[in-house]
Design a binder for this molecule. Structure first.
Ligand code: FAD
Length: 503
């Protein structure tokens, strides 16, 4: 064994500090003292961070828990608000909205049985809205919030939530966390990367002349991809032919009215806009395709649709959807934007950062960086990227809009074969292929399919063997009881004021 002595992380955005925090926590000794593997992070204030990335999904809270971070304290520090899902407006046709909730939709039954019962009810002539059975959706539509873990055994006990947060404050918080656990931070701009004879990385040289050597490097330099691409030449698998949006313009605005406990994703002529409410301000952006829309038009569109007064100048961010063919190459691992990017429609990038570090821990190398570890890591992470890609494409390809060239393109696009297979299977009687460790569970696929107007042609004959009238009655009682229960919960703003206000 030749254990790693030192890991150098290049970049201190969300990715860099998440990687530093997880490594510092997981590698610490049993008595809580810092790991014998030295961890250093170099970042450049002059370059700065991307500064967007403010909507998360529920596994983010698991990460906080695994780091022993107090959720309430974290929420106050990052001025976070709660997120119960995403409201999609104008995606299938203009004038229509649907909700993709977290948590289950089960009306107290097994999820699959409920969905099949619900399908049967539709085929028998009922028209119950699927989302009326989702605790997250019902809370969101009523602007209410309560922690499901404190309401176990109630109608909202199966809800889940995530956070909207300020990306800069997250990096700041995690920096303190990691530094307190022995991570050394160095300020400076990397000007040169020196390679070893075997092609791996030996050291980086900062503008100050300081040299930092390590035996393993984590490239968290964002879209710069300083080590993985510019030094090691790892190529990029471009998915623009599936997801043509390649730019975003972002702007922050003052809050107006109540903060919604959900992200809004509204389809526009050449892409979609996001609206992410935090405690003290709102994050907004327009994700669009440069094939169909100029930067000036995108900026104007965004400024016309935001609610409050703008707090900063709009900023255009170009990106390329895809994933690096080798996320881990030799003694260098890319995490975050350096490893790949899929547009933020389902807020998955920070999640991929965490997954990137988790899989690294599972394949933690010694100085040899065995190729078998590297191969399995790259295979697994590519699968995670592909799963997310397919789920995002689903939101576009089912559109019925033909009012702009962008939407006509989406309606007629060629699908990834893996997604086509899911759609073909679902259409028959609502089945979904079983996947290992999938991020998006059947509730997510069903919610988006239903919202986009794709309903299975039949239901599973198995439900004909069940006591349909009794189960149908139970479903409706559950729905009505939940609606009543939710009305008694605090509003989202009230819940924040009472429990985790940043003020
Ligand atoms: P960055 O934030 O760009 O950090 C790069 C770091 O590298 C910085 O510290 C920089 O100083 C440093 N660096 C670069 N070059 C050098 C050098 N030469 N020397 C020293 N240091 C250097 N994710 C979500 O989960 N939810 C969202 O809602 C979401 N929305 C997004 C919207 C948009 C438009 C975009 C583009 C991304 C979004 N993301 C979202 C993704 C999210 O922002 C990123 O995954 C996350 O912030 C991680 O970024 P990063 O740390 O990899 O890169």
């Amino acid at each position: 064994m030749k254990p790693l002595q030192k890991i150098l992380i290049v970049g201190g955005g969300t990715a860099g500090w998440i990687a530093a925090s997880i490594l510092a926590k997981q590698l610490q000794k049993a008595d809580g003292t810092p790991s014998s593997v030295q961890i250093e992070l170099v970042e450049s204030e002059e370059i700065g961070t991307i500064g967007v990335g403010e909507s998360t999904i529920p596994p983010f809270l698991e990460m906080l828990k695994n780091l022993d971070i107090n959720e309430q304290e974290f929420i106050k520090y990052t001025q976070a608000s709660f997120k119960l899902g995403i409201q999609f407006t104008d995606w299938r046709v203009k004038g229509e909205s649907y909700f993709h909730p977290f948590g289950t939709i089960s009306a107290g039954m097994k999820e699959y049985t409920f969905y099949q019962m619900w399908l049967k009810s539709f085929h028998q002539g009922d028209n119950f809205a699927l989302q009326d059975f989702s605790p997250c959706n019902v809370m969101a539509q009523n602007g209410r919030f309560y922690l499901p873990q404190l309401a176990d055994r109630t109608a909202i006990g199966e809800a889940r939530y995530a956070l909207h947060l300020d990306a800069k404050l997250v990096a700041e918080y995690l920096r303190k966390y990691a530094e307190a656990r022995g991570v050394v931070r160095t300020e400076g701009k990397v000007m040169e990367v020196v390679q070893r004879d075997d092609g791996g990385i030996a050291k980086v040289i900062l503008r100050s002349g300081q040299e930092i050597a390590a035996d393993f490097f984590i490239d968290c330099s964002g879209f710069h991809a300083l080590l993985i691409e510019k030094t090691l030449g790892a190529s990029y698998c471009d998915w623009t032919h599936y997801l043509p949006c390649d730019r975003a313009v972002a702007v922050q605005t003052e809050n107006t009215g109540d903060t919604t406990p959900y992200t809004r994703a509204t389809a526009r002529d050449h892409g979609w806009t996001w609206r992410i409410p935090l405690q003290r301000r709102t994050g907004n952006g327009y994700v669009y395709s440069s094939q169909f829309c100029s930067d000036d038009e995108a900026v104007n569109t965004l400024l016309n649709v935001v609610d409050g007064k703008t707090l900063i100048e709009p900023r255009v961010i170009p990106f390329k959807t895809g994933v690096r063919n080798e996320i881990w190459k030799k003694n260098c691992l890319a995490i975050g934007l350096a490893s790949g990017f899929i547009e933020p429609l389902e807020s998955t990038a920070i999640h991929l950062v965490v997954r990137g570090v988790i899989h690294f821990m599972r394949n933690f190398p010694d100085q040899d960086c065995d190729q078998a570890l590297i191969h399995q890591y790259n295979r697994r992470m590519t699968m995670e990227y592909e799963e997310i890609r397919d789920f995002i494409v689903l939101h576009y390809c089912l559109t019925e809009r033909e009012d702009t060239p962008f939407w006509r393109w989406c309606k007629n696009m060629e699908l990834p074969p893996s997604l086509q297979e899911v759609i073909d299977y679902f259409k028959v009687q609502g089945g979904l292929p079983e996947m290992i460790d999938a991020l998006f569970h059947p509730v997510s696929w069903r919610s988006v399919c239903e919202g986009m107007g794709l309903r299975p042609q039949k239901y599973s004959p198995v439900v004909d063997e069940m006591n349909y009238p009794v189960m149908r009655k139970g479903m409706l009682e559950y729905r009505d009881a939940m609606a009543e229960f939710v009305k008694k919960l605090p509003t989202h703003d009230q819940f924040i004021r009472d429990n985790c206000s940043a003020y």
